[in-house]
Design a binder for this molecule. Structure first.
Ligand code: ADP
Length: 318
């Protein structure tokens, strides 16, 4: 489990992470979303002991990452897959990692097999394709058989096969009871992979909830009610409005209700004796819900290259 308490990091005048408190729990995939510059990478770097918080704490299984003698056995991370010595073979890279972390060297062949790299084990890291480099990074993350896995933008630049492979791997790691924390800016990918969603903007927590709940919270989420009795539908509308729902009359026989669940509307219709021919949820997309959550932060945190060329390039270069 990963526990963040009032975690804060400043770079000069910028507060990159602002009193972030969160518990990222085992057995599920937690997606970590936010606009560019929201503070995702900085948060991950603090969890991994690569950046020091100005205040607050980031604990992995109850302790700061830096206090572990063999951290790879606790946390596996994929940050920048290119951060591998280009002249080393995949196997030599993993063997060196295993040795310095007290991990039996036989694990190397196991993880090479897990990521489908047995054939490419003798290739130099510098000659690997982007997808293979990504697999090597993941092999390194799995090497210590850790209970916590952190992936920063794992599907960037991958082809559809690679994307699907990573998605299935993350789901299976969570199913094994591990904590899986994945940052991404790809909404559709997160919707397919994650159970829980954490959204930050300007370093602050905007949402921490199951994906279904985040989607249901969108203003576009609504309940459709169809009845063959216009007068009864009218009564239902009045009662819903009295209960602070927002009701739109779509036609003589249909209402669109926001601010109530399907269950609440159905129960009320039953109570009022309103005959229904239809009762259904209209779902919003995760993208819509996300845009509503981060709306105020998009412009501020992600300037377009024309308005702030330096910022965008710096980001790319890192
Ligand atoms: P994200 O990963 O969500 O895109 P980052 O954590 O990279 O966000 O950045 C959060 C904010 O902190 C941004 O405003 C970014 O410019 C700033 N920042 C990140 N790292 C540094 C650094 N090493 N020096 C100065 N500013 C930084």
């Amino acid at each position: 489990m990963i526990t963040l308490t009032e975690l804060t990091k400043r770079f000069g005048a910028t507060t990159a992470v602002d009193r972030l408190s969160l518990a990222i729990t085992p057995g599920r995939v937690t997606g970590f979303l936010g606009p560019n510059g929201a503070g995702k990478s900085t948060t991950i770097r603090m969890i991994l002991g690569l950046d020091r918080p100005d205040s607050g704490t980031a604990l992995v299984a109850g302790r700061p990452y830096r206090t572990y003698r063999h951290p790879l056995r606790e946390v596996g991370a994929l940050l920048d897959a290119r951060a591998v010595h280009p002249g080393r073979t995949a196997r030599a890279h993993l063997t060196a990692m295993a040795r310095s972390n007290g991990i039996p060297v036989r694990r190397v062949d196991e993880v090479l097999d897990t990521v489908g790299m047995t054939e490419a084990a003798g290739k130099r890291a510098g000659t690997l394709s982007l997808g293979m480099g990504q697999r090597l990074g993941i092999a390194g993350a799995l090497l210590g058989d850790p209970g916590v896995l952190i992936f920063d933008e794992p599907v960037n630049g991958l082809d559809p096969d690679g994307v699907r492979w990573i998605r299935e791997l993350m789901r299976s790691l969570a199913a094994q009871g591990r904590t899986v924390f994945v940052s991404s800016h790809l909404m559709s990918e997160v919707q397919l992979t994650a159970d829980q969603l954490v959204v930050i903007g300007r370093g602050r927590l905007l949402a921490d909830a199951p994906i279904a709940e985040v989607i249901a919270g969108s203003s576009l989420a609504a309940v459709r009610v169809v009845s063959p009795e216009p007068a009864a539908l009218h009564r239902l509308r009045d009662e819903l409005v009295a209960r602070h729902a927002t009701v739109e009359r779509v036609g003589a026989d249909e209402l669109l209700v926001t601010g109530s669940t399907v269950g609440q509307v159905g129960d009320l219709a039953h109570h009022l004796g309103v005959r229904l021919h239809g009762l259904s949820a209209r779902e919003a997309s995760l993208e819509q819900a996300y845009l509503e959550l981060t709306g105020g932060d998009l412009e501020y945190a992600a300037p377009t290259p024309s308005s702030a060329p330096g910022a965008a390039e710096r980001k790319e270069a890192r």
